[in-house]
Design a protein around this ligand. Sequence first.
Ligand SMILES: [Zn+2]
Ligand SMILES: [Zn+2]
Length: 339
Amino acid sequence: MQAGLYISEKQVKADSIEKPAPQPGEALIKVAFAGICGTDMMIYSGKHPRAKAPLAMGHEFSGVIESINSIGSPSSFAAGDRVVIEPTLSCGSCAACRSGAFHVCQTLKLLGIDKHGGFAEYAAVPLDRLHRIPDELTDTHAAMAEPVAVAVHTIRRSSLKVGDDVAILGAGPIGLLVGLMAKQAGAGQIIISDISPYRLKKAEQFGLTALNAKEVNVTEEVLKRTGGNGADVVFEVAGSQLTANQMIEAVRTQGQVVVVSVYKQAPTIDLAAMHFRELSLTTTRCYSKDDFAKAIRLMTSGAIDVSPFISHILPLEQVERGFQLMADPEASLKVLFKP
Ligand SMILES: [Zn+2]
Ligand SMILES: [Zn+2]
């Protein structure tokens, strides 16, 4: 079968690999759509600590069940069911897993990072990682369930209350989805910053207040727009030292900072400034199974419309072009492959 493979730093290619055989308790999924995520970009840059080449990347994908190997694990799923994949793989026995927090498993693995994922015609997926796609939701939109689940988890981890002013640092797909989710949760002003005019325009289309960090001082603007107080909750989604400084400067006294970013380089955090103003800091990673189900429901009801996010749909043969597009924030927001 054909797959979109990570080969080495900045090198991807479409090539054929062996079609997977589902193990007991797994389903063989015929992939419909698979999105490129920031994590895939990290693999592409050669900086992901776990990904090993050659790897069929892709952890955001939808498809249809081709067959099930249900030996020893009977399942309510059947061949022909449309499904979206929750890509986290937890050990089930560490302290986090035993407490039910499977998404922060001490040895958490992901399909598409630690083993072949959705940039392929077929993928083998454990049955308990499947979510049914409701009839009202297309396969294309369902492929966005994973990033939407990140946004659900982020807002639910935050202390956001109805009417709160929010600042989001970074207007990539996750930053924008956090903005839409904050709106769902009843936020007051939602201010979002980035340096990409294309992404800021998207933010404006979503009704968010967009700040170009190349043109204005983000901290000053947030303070100005919140009566000099700062935002009630600041979400850091850009992953830079600059935004790690801004998250503390732009939040109100006793406000909350929520770190969503995966940092390539560990930032310095001004704990002295945080202490002086009694700031809270929380972090978020992935999503729970429940967050994932909520994401699917929010997309199905139309509360979250992901269609403006999908900028390109490409065949797997164009895997190189897909990564080049995603590397340019002016050229794309979310690239999906259609194997
Ligand atoms: Zn992702
Ligand atoms: Zn575990």
